[in-house]
Design a protein around this ligand. Structure first.
Ligand code: NZQ
Ligand code: MN
Length: 398
């Protein structure tokens, strides 16, 4: 039976120079914007000034909130909410990677939902028994201009925020969080340096693979997921080796968008649940890098002693998209692990947790956090994972 899935519609402007064509449309959503750029790069590369110029030409007033770090925190989002409220902003524009877009989404929520009982973005988080405050269509319109090709945040109903005090990194979910307008300008994503191209591209690959193998039947998002795997298998190393390869950049941006749509419907599974615990405790660890360190071990776990025909067939399909061949399905499925290792080697991220500043002593608490905070991802993993399994996977990832 097909499980209940939401299919989201996205208002997408995709292509080279697409940012230049959007001023008039943005004007329809508001005339007093808060811009949330990646802290340094968007200014340095000239994209922030370009955006301000486009807004000015449409007589849209703007204030810039230049505080977003990678893995954005509750404090950063709350500060942005205050600024948006103090300036009566009626539109929030994120220009940057997932961190900037997620912050913009969080600000858009807080700017219109605060009241006597709700005074921080953390009030919208659901963890353990605590239910997050309801998000309604009062949310401010958001424009998401992505500068990376990985998180899919420009099309997803999630905003991922880190609590520095508790080391928790949950996703806030609401259908209203999907951006009002999503802009993918290939000129912007083409500015990513090599390492960022690698880690973000790997994140997109994880979204595509995880949503595809997730328990349940999701025939529509599977189309997105498989196309995304195919595009990444053909283009990630090209985009990594030659950042000016516009065709490869375009295909990676498309893969990112499709994989974002896939996780919007069928979600991510065990690797993401584990990766969020890593960055929750170690915010200096990039999301895609955390995934790079654990994904192969999770794939081994999912395929080892798993005779689920469906799981084997799904991983065999992924292997095939990476050009692997095998005489039987199980053999082919196991080759998906080989294929992921090969792509990691090609783009310089064949890493383990030992390469990161991570203390093995944190494994138990990271495991507990994964089960508390990202439980639904564990429940949808194609092989049932107990806490002892997750501890073992973390250990084997060192
Ligand atoms: O601070 P600066 O110097 O500007 O550097 C930025 C940023 O700090 C730099 N950067 C971004 N675009 C660039 C660029 N540098 C040069 N050229 C460009 N075009 O890269 C640094 C990292 O950016 P960040 O936004 O943190 O990376 P990413 O796009 O990977 O986003 C990661 C965040 O998104 C969340 C992650 O957990 C993490 O917090 N995710 C959001 C999801 C969602 N909303 O649906 C789903 C994902 O699974 C993920 O959890
Ligand atoms: Mn991700």
């Amino acid at each position: 039976m097909i499980s209940k899935n939401n299919l989201f519609q996205v208002n997408l402007q995709f292509g080279r120079g697409s940012l230049n064509k959007t001023g008039e449309e943005i004007k329809a959503y508001g005339d007093n914007a808060l811009i949330v750029p990646a802290k340094n790069s968007m200014k340095r590369l000239g994209f922030l000034d370009k955006l301000i110029e486009i807004l000015e030409s449409e007589k849209i007033n703007s204030t810039v909130f230049e505080k977003v770090e990678q893995n954005p925190t509750v404090e950063e989002v709350d500060e942005g909410i205050k600024l948006a409220r103090d300036n009566n902003c009626n539109l929030i524009i994120g220009i940057g990677g997932g961190s900037s877009i997620d912050t913009a989404k969080g600000i858009a929520i807080g700017a219109t939902h605060f009241n006597e009982d709700i005074s921080t973005i953390w009030d919208f988080v659901t963890i353990d028994e605590k239910r997050g405050a309801q998000i309604t269509n009062k949310i401010l319109p958001t424009v998401a201009i992505t500068s990376t090709s990985g998180t899919g945040s420009h099309v997803t109903p999630y905003s991922v925020i880190t609590n520095k005090k508790t080391h928790e990194k949950p996703g806030i979910y609401s259908p209203y969080i999907v951006p009002t307008l999503s802009i993918v300008d290939i000129n912007i994503v083409s500015s990513m340096p090599k390492e960022l191209t690698a880690v973000t591209g790997f994140d997109a690959l994880c979204h595509a693979m995880e949503s595809f193998v997730a328990i349940g039947e999701h025939p529509i998002s599977d189309l997105y997921a498989l196309k995304s795997v195919e595009l990444i298998s053909e283009n990630l190393d090209k985009a990594y080796n030659n950042g000016d390869d516009i065709n490869a950049r375009t295909n990676m941006a498309l893969a990112d968008t499709l994989a974002g749509l896939a996780i919007s419907t069928s979600r991510s599974v065990l690797p993401h649940s584990m990766a969020h615990s890593i960055s929750g405790h170690y915010p200096m660890v990039q999301h895609g890098m955390a995934l790079a360190c654990i994904t192969l071990q999770v794939m081994k776990f999912n395929l080892e002693s798993n005779d689920s025909k469906i799981t084997v067939e799904k991983y065999a399909k992924i292997a095939e998209l990476f050009g692997k061949k095998g005489t039987d399905k199980k053999e082919l499925a196991l080759k998906s692990i080989e294929a992921i290792l090969e792509i990691q080697e090609k783009i310089g991220i064949q890493k383990t947790l030992s390469d990161l500043p991570i203390d093995k002593g944190k494994i138990e608490i990271m495991t507990n956090d994964a089960f508390r905070i990202m439980k639904s991802g564990i429940e949808r993993n194609p092989r049932k994972a107990e806490k002892s399994d997750v501890i073992k996977i973390y250990e084997e990832s060192f």
